[in-house]
Design a protein around this ligand. Structure first.
Ligand code: ISC
Length: 467
């Protein structure tokens, strides 16, 4: 379906587009390479990190990723004639300073370079990660450095002169997704007699929407819109262009999204995870919204779906921790569009040498994005989804030379490249799930990205009140 999205005065299409492309060039957004200048960003109401430029990519290779990150940062420090930089301390209300890291708000170039890598981990454990050492880093409590790095449109470019025209194709179509959910349920039922620990108990199935626009999609505007939700960590990870390395005409790519889920954070010996699973869409009308939240809290199906994730994370962390628990138990977590069941897990590491990236690789993929048992669920996902998830349901985050860092599950996101975007959403399937409801749940999860793009799931423009 082809429709017109957005507002603004109309002018002949070719003329309007040429004017917009001139404006993009003035603002440093060359048409076709709109992400060349995009920073890495993790934006939340608690803490914001913005990394600009790239001093080097963490190499691929046979070593575990954590070891390659340590080697990269040690080599970078040695090349600059310095001992590895001192650990980045915890963030305070006034922000922090460390080598290559500026005070909140303003990025200051550093000769030494930040003692940190940032980037994205793919869903497939064997696929290449995309981690790099930024040239400059800003970090702030709250969002101060976000506003500086991603200024509102009035400061860098005029509003679009004509509305964008966007087409959406569901891949797989909703009916095929429901059929895959039914097949997942059948496989779980068939495995019921399997030996203890081998029966399939949960499979997370996703679907995607392919979007094409008549002009480059503005990833900065998307990020700004997503970051308005106080319940998420909005992110932007610039990715290398897809396709052959010597294909300069390929548009650069970015992973842009708004996740509510913390895979793992490490600060010193303190380790935290905040897994989510079990979901309900939110409603505008307050009593309907409250009823949806209460029904979610009381739902046996959602509690089982959630319990699989908490148990798996506790089991994986336990051998590495001297203390581990869920101090607040399971409760509700809200984004602007979704309710989730969430459980904060806190532990104290036995050894100080297990870094944030080691911990992320230990836990990923949790049953929030894969299933239980992990290997059998991963096989079912590969067969039933039939596409490569790329970085969706992997993780985005950072790790410094001291091993501290935070990795967020890459959810409610899109891979954006030039005029194309691919959006993803999934749902956990357990015995008792219903294919139609799970399809509706994925639609509800698409809402955050679609609202930021100003369209509905069919590509139709949203009205002023977001309906
Ligand atoms: C897989 C997704 O969400 C996960 C995280 C929270 C709740 C989930 C659920 O209720 O199914 C999923 O496990 C997604 O948003 O694509």
């Amino acid at each position: 379906m082809s429709v017109v999205a957005g507002g603004g005065a109309r002018m002949p299409e070719a003329e309007g587009r040429a004017a917009e492309e001139r404006a993009e060039e003035r603002a440093g957004f060359a048409p076709g390479v709109p992400f060349a200048l995009l920073p890495f960003a993790l934006v939340s109401s608690g803490e914001t990190l913005v990394g600009k430029g790239c001093l080097g990519l963490v190499a691929e290779g046979g070593e575990p990723l954590g070891a390659r990150v340590r080697a990269h940062l040690a080599a970078s420090a040695a090349a600059q004639g310095a001992a590895p930089a001192s650990p980045v301390s915890g963030i305070s209300a006034s922000g922090i300073s460390a080598p290559g890291i500026s005070a909140p708000g303003i990025s200051a170039p550093s000769a030494a370079g930040p003692d940190m890598v940032v980037g994205a981990l793919p869903y497939e454990r064997g696929a290449p990660a995309h981690l790099f050492q930024p040239a400059e880093l800003s970090r702030s409590a709250g969002r101060a450095c976000f506003a500086a790095a991603f200024p509102p449109p009035a400061l860098v470019r005029p509003e679009p002169l004509s509305p964008a025209c966007m087409r959406i194709a569901a891949e797989p179509p909703l009916a095929a997704y429901r059929a895959a959910v039914a097949e997942a349920l059948a496989r779980m039922q068939a495995s019921e007699g399997a030996p203890v620990g081998e029966a399939l108990r949960k499979i997370v199935l996703s679907r995607s929407l392919r979007l094409s626009s008549d002009r480059p999609i503005d990833a900065s505007a998307l990020l700004r819109a997503l970051a308005r939700d106080a319940g998420v960590t909005a992110f932007c990870v610039p990715l290398p262009p897809a396709g052959p390395p010597l294909a300069p005409q390929m548009p650069a790519r970015a992973l842009v999204g708004a996740t509510p889920e913390l895979l793992v954070a490490r600060q010193g010996r303190a380790v935290t995870s905040h897994p989510l699973a079990g979901s309900a869409r939110r409603w505008r009308e307050a009593s309907a919204d409250r009823a949806a939240a209460q029904a979610l809290l009381a739902s046996d199906k959602d509690r089982r779906e959630h319990g699989e994730v908490v148990t798996a994370i506790l089991d994986q962390l336990a051998p590495h921790c001297v203390a581990l628990g869920t101090p607040e138990g399971t409760g509700l977590t809200a984004t602007a569009s979704m309710w989730h069941l969430g459980t904060r897990i806190c532990g104290r590491l036995r050894r100080p040498d297990l870094s944030a990236i080691d911990l992320a690789m230990l836990l990923h993929p949790t049953p929030a994005v894969c299933g239980t048992p992990r290997a059998a669920a991963a096989r079912a996902i590969a067969e039933l989804e039939g596409y490569d998830r790329g970085f969706y349901s992997g993780a985005v985050g950072w790790c410094d030379g001291a091993g501290d860092g935070a990795w967020h599950v890459a959810l409610r996101c899109a891979e954006v490249a030039g005029r194309e975007a691919r959006l993803y959403a999934g749902a956990g399937i357990v015995p008792g799930s219903d294919p139609v409801s799970e399809g509706e749940e994925t639609s509800a999860k698409f809402a955050a990205m679609l609202q930021a793009l100003g369209i509905d799931e069919d590509g139709r423009p949203l009205t002023e009140d977001g309906a």
